[in-house]
Design a protein around this ligand. Structure first.
Ligand SMILES: [Ca+2]
Length: 420
């Protein structure tokens, strides 16, 4: 009786197992097909793959050289709305308010630059009030925003959205670094006076010979190419090889950045009519010197002149509500996403037998052909070396590790002897 009961139980378990395995078969198939749908492979054949397009600035801390109200309460002023109305409860005047970093309702921190941009609840960063220029040669404001991605990205655009009722700055320089801030390269300039301020022609044409050159434009002053209070720099616009990006190492370098820096040089030129909002006296306009780029990418002024003009400007400042940088994590076509590595750093999840934070080299023992960036037509997968060569390499590595171990043990013994 006991034996037949055990037999029955075994039979039930066997039938159940067969039914479950049959039932789960489609699921297993589904999972296996999911595993095969790696964007870096097409039926096990390597193909170019790239991480998603993202706003690389979103939620990233921005280093700023100046923030309103951090050294105590300060006055800042706004332009009136089109209908002349400004909502203010401050006693300093109808256009002016106080900023105070210790008061949550009056703070304008750098974190507002890269938070969620909600049109119904605009958050702003504001600089400390600046000293308005008395003439064209007055020292530049040099108010700086620096954004570090901690990883190489390929950038498509850099956008700045200015706060409601704020002035769109006149002269802005955008720089980029591709070596984590060691060196900086001009990316784009904006000025109503490109030649005078940045020593560059206005709206220069870019040819095949100078595709890696920063341009200067006054378009932001005239409304074309920008919308409202926005400045949008498109990294590839007007560059001839942009349509054949895959085969242009020059443009691939051009869009590569680990950091982006925006330097506000002039809020307004002294002769700007808009300045009437803030200045009560006519300024002397003295055309002569310009800012120039030093190797470090900081801009300095060559000469200073003094002006006899007096100003009563108050509360002029820079105010940005959104700093956006569109691009993709740079993986050279060998990864479909970036992940946080064991070292805590953002790194490509490399495929095609490639390695490195940007999949910029072949994995050990995969040097059958030189490394190459993946293109639409050729994945440039790193291939395995000859089997014997690999075994030889592995053996050499093993011998080296063992030798290091022996050396370490000897050292430990020696240290122990000496310490006695
Ligand atoms: Ca914001």
């Amino acid at each position: 009786m006991k034996v037949s009961w055990v037999f029955m139980m075994l039979l039930i378990v066997a039938v159940f197992t067969v039914r479950v395995s049959l039932a789960s078969d489609p699921y297993l198939k589904m999972f296996s097909s999911q595993a095969q749908s790696d964007p870096c492979y097409d039926d096990e054949k390597a193909r170019k793959c790239i991480p998603d397009f993202v706003n690389a600035a979103f939620g990233t801390p921005v280093q700023v050289s100046s923030t309103c109200g951090q050294k105590g309460p300060e006055k800042y002023c706004e332009l009136p709305d089109n209908d002349g109305a400004v909502d203010s409860n401050e006693s300093e005047g109808p256009l002016c308010h106080l900023c105070d970093d210790t008061n949550p309702k009056k703070r304008f921190p750098a974190s507002a630059l890269t938070d969620l941009n909600n049109p119904n609840n605009v958050t702003c960063w504001r600089s400390e009030p600046i000293v308005p220029p008395t003439n064209i040669n007055s020292p530049p404001d040099n108010v700086t925003l620096t954004l570090s991605f901690g990883k190489k990205y390929e950038l498509t655009y850099v956008n700045l959205l200015f706060c409601p009722r704020s002035i769109k700055p006149d002269s802005i320089a955008i720089y980029k670094s591709a070596d984590y801030g060691k060196s900086w390269q001009p990316f784009q300039f904006y000025s109503s006076q490109c030649r005078r301020v940045y020593g560059r022609p206005n709206r220069a044409t870019i040819g095949k010979a100078n595709e890696q050159e920063a341009r200067c434009t006054d378009s932001h002053r005239h409304g074309d190419g920008t919308q409202g209070t926005r400045i949008a720099f498109s990294t590839l616009e007007g560059r001839p090889s942009a349509h054949d990006f895959d085969s242009s190492p020059v443009l691939q370098d051009w869009v590569t950045a680990t950091d982006v820096r925006v330097i506000f040089h002039r809020l307004q030129m002294p002769q700007d009519s808009l300045e009437d909002h803030f200045l009560t006296s006519q300024q002397a306009f003295v055309p002569s010197s310009k800012y120039h780029d030093s190797l470090l990418g900081t801009n300095v002024i060559e000469t200073y002149t003094t002006s006899t003009a007096t100003t009563t400007a108050v509360g002029q400042h820079y105010a940005v509500s959104d700093f956006t940088v569109g691009g993709r994590c740079k993986c050279n076509g060998h990864a479909s996403r970036c992940i946080t590595g064991k070292d805590g750093l953002l790194t490509c999840e490399c495929k095609h037998n490639t390695a490195g934070r940007d999949c910029e080299r072949c994995e050990p023992f995969y040097f059958d052909r030189p490394w190459g960036r993946a293109t639409d037509h050729e994945a440039n997968e790193c291939k395995c070396q000859d089997r014997i060569e690999i075994e030889k390499g592995k053996m050499q590595l093993l011998l080296y590790v063992k030798w290091k171990e022996r050396l370490f043990k000897k050292k430990v013994k020696l240290d122990a002897k000496l310490s006695r």
